[in-house]
Design a protein around this ligand. Structure first.
Ligand code: NAD
Ligand code: DAU
Length: 352
């Protein structure tokens, strides 16, 4: 098998850690460099099972620092970038947009500049793969789906910053010929998701008999995809997509938030040995998110048709697996909630 050195940014986060694990385990001839700033969302305890592998290397670095990015490009002959590092939480973008501008726009541009500079027109075997979101397309009414041709209409500081980064990636492809691909995915769920996001937050609160906050009336619709199915799609796109292309990835699995939380409550009651209906009593309707997008739904027929990808898990199975993971990995969740996970880098890698 061909030798390659792949820089995965944001590999200590939720989706990034599943992508790093998949590549380290499936491609022993690749050197996988996980480049991550370790913000509050970066957790190296997501990767304890692979951290000793010889084809894996962690580097602490900031994509918005030209010095950090140039250092890794000059020390390693990188031939592929899978770019996941981002500020990812919509609510945080509403209270602190600048962190999103810095990492998602400036950071992506610094990475593009480094790829352009170090690859220097020698594009053979090179690829810059940018991971993005369906939120760039805006919000749907009751009908319709986002396709790869849907015009961009981002409506939160998060989605505007991701849309901006997508445009920059396309501009570098068009203007300089930098070989680049983009995928836009719907909501992911599964193990290792930071408990600020709807599903892990609700699992944590149900377990601890705390209120489950539902924004507005819980009528907003999201299309949910199991994180390992997203990682499988990323693997396929990285290896098979033509530079200059875009793929939408989604679960074909739409749920109103309130219906999803009711299903989750039923699973939790069963797993925790509570009477059915017990956990639902924790549902608490709270003030709506500012500018809350009503509905996202992805048409993923292009990746299904061209690359043969489809989701492998039904939502019932995926959600049950997810609940089982959080209940079996109480220590992971406790370390996140207590902040102990932030000490792991120093303890294990001796760095600050
Ligand atoms: P996450 O918040 O769990 O992880 C983000 C990671 O990026 C963390 O490890 C963090 O430390 C790192 N990071 C942040 N700023 C950095 C910087 N300046 N330099 C280097 N590293 C930095 O995010 P996630 O949910 O895993 O999302 C990963 C990517 O996928 C993001 O680009 C996001 O926009 C996209 N995405 C997410 C979803 C979803 O449902 N979570 C869906 C579609 C697309
Ligand atoms: O669609 C892809 C996007 O999905 C990704 O690009 C983002 O990185 C990711 O965070 C996610 O964005 P959402 O805003 O959809 O995810 P979140 O889990 O924050 O919210 C899901 C839905 O649940 C949304 O309609 C808001 C609602 N919600 C969320 C939280 C945290 C609540 O009702 N209560 C809550 O406490």
């Amino acid at each position: 098998m061909e030798r390659r050195t792949i820089l995965i940014t944001g590999g200590a986060g939720f989706i990034g850690s599943h992508v790093v694990r998949r590549f380290v385990n499936n491609y022993p001839n690749y050197l996988i460099i996980n480049f991550d700033k370790l913000t509050y969302a970066g957790n190296l305890q997501n990767l304890t099972d692979i951290e000793g592998k010889s084809n894996y290397k962690f580097i602490k670095g900031d994509i918005a620092s030209e010095a950090d990015v140039d250092k890794v490009f000059s020390e390693y002959a990188i031939d592929g970038v899978i770019h996941l590092a981002a500020e990812s939480h919509v609510d945080r973008s509403i209270t602190d947009p600048m962190a999103f501008i810095r990492t998602n726009i400036l950071g992506t541009t610094i990475l593009l500049n480094a790829a352009r500079k170090f690859w220097n027109g020698n594009w053979e075997g090179k690829l810059f793969y940018h991971i993005s979101t369906d939120e760039v397309y805006g919000s749907l009414g009751a009908e319709g789906f986002f396709t790869e041709e849907t015009p961009y209409d981002p409506r939160s500081p998060y989605s505007a910053s991701k849309a901006s980064s997508d445009h920059l990636v396309r501009a570098y492809n068009h203007t300089y010929g930098l070989p680049a691909v983009i995928s836009n995915c719907s909501n992911n769920y599964g193990p290792n998701q930071f408990p600020e996001k709807l599903i892990p937050l609700s699992i944590h609160n149900i377990k601890n008999s705390k209120p489950i906050p539902i924004y507005g009336k819980g009528e907003n619709v999201r299309d949910w995809l199991y994180v390992e199915d997203h990682a499988a799609a990323i693997d396929l796109i990285f290896h098979k997509a033509k530079p200059g292309t875009t793929y939408n990835i989604g679960g074909n699995n739409e749920w109103k938030n309130i219906d999803l939380i009711r299903l989750l409550c039923q699973i939790m009651d069963r797993k925790l040995g509570r009477a059915q209906g017990e956990s639902e009593k924790l549902i608490t309707f709270v003030k709506d998110r500012a500018g809350h997008d009503l509905r996202y739904a992805i048409d993923s027929s292009k990746i299904q048709r061209e690359l043969g990808w489809k989701p492998s898990l039904t939502f019932d199975v995926g959600l049950e697996k997810t609940v089982e993971w959080y209940l079996a990995n109480e220590q992971w969740l406790n370390n996140v909630v207590s902040g102990d996970y932030l000490k792991y880098y120093e303890q294990q890698y001796g760095g600050r």
